[in-house]
Design a protein around this ligand. Structure first.
Ligand code: SME
Length: 158
C-alpha cells in the first residue's frame, strides 16, 4: 500500500514543514528512482500547502526540461539563465520572487502566478534540476520556505 502523508492543517507553515520532512525522507528512502521521488514530493507539497503550482525541471542537454509537477500545464523548456528557474540554475542558489512582475525576464507560464521560489537540486557541485513553486498570492514565500525547501531538495539528491 502506498504511504500516506499526514500533516495537520491548523499548523503554522514551519510546523507543517517539520511534520512533512521526516515523512518525505521515509517515502524517498525506499525508492532510488528520481522521477518517482520528484512526483511524490510535488504531490505532497501541493497537498499540504495548496500552492498554485509545484514542480520540477531537470537539466537535459543544456536546458531545463519540465519534470513531475502538480498544477496547471506549464512551459516545457527553459534556457540557462532564463526566467527565475534558469537564474537559480545559473547562480546555483535559491531565488525568491515576492512579485513576479518585478523580476525581469520572469517566464509567465500562468497569469495567476504572483510570487515564486526556485531551489536548485545538486548532485555534488552540479545543479541537476530545480524545485519551482508558484503561489497565486503576492509575497507568499520567506526564509522559512527557503530553509525547508532546501532540505527537501537535499533529500532528493542522487
Ligand atoms: N516562472 C518560471 C517558469 C516556470 S513556471 O512558473 C511553472 C520562471 O520564470 O522560470
Amino acid at each position: 500500500m502506498a504511504e500516506e502523508i499526514k500533516v495537520a492543517q491548523d499548523l503554522s507553515r514551519e510546523s507543517k514543514y517539520e511534520e512533512l520532512i521526516p515523512q518525505l525522507r521515509s517515502l524517498i528512502a525506499g525508492e532510488p528512482d528520481l522521477t518517482a521521488n520528484m512526483a511524490n514530493v510535488a504531490a505532497a507539497l501541493k497537498e499540504v500547502f495548496g500552492f498554485f503550482w509545484v514542480g520540477f525541471y531537470v537539466v537535459k542537454n543544456g536546458q531545463l526540461v519540465l519534470a513531475p509537477f502538480q498544477g496547471p500545464v506549464a512551459c516545457t523548456r527553459i534556457d540557462f539563465g532564463k526566467g527565475v528557474c534558469g537564474a537559480a540554475w545559473k547562480e546555483g542558489r535559491t531565488i525568491m520572487v515576492p512579485d513576479v512582475d518585478d523580476f525581469p525576464g520572469h517566464i509567465a507560464c500562468s497569469p495567476l502566478s504572483r510570487s515564486e521560489i526556485v531551489v536548485p537540486i545538486f548532485a555534488g557541485e552540479e545543479v541537476i534540476g530545480v524545485l519551482d513553486i508558484d503561489s497565486s498570492r503576492r509575497d507568499d514565500f520567506d526564509k522559512i520556505d527557503a530553509l525547508y525547501l532546501k532540505k527537501i531538495a537535499a533529500i532528493l539528491k542522487i
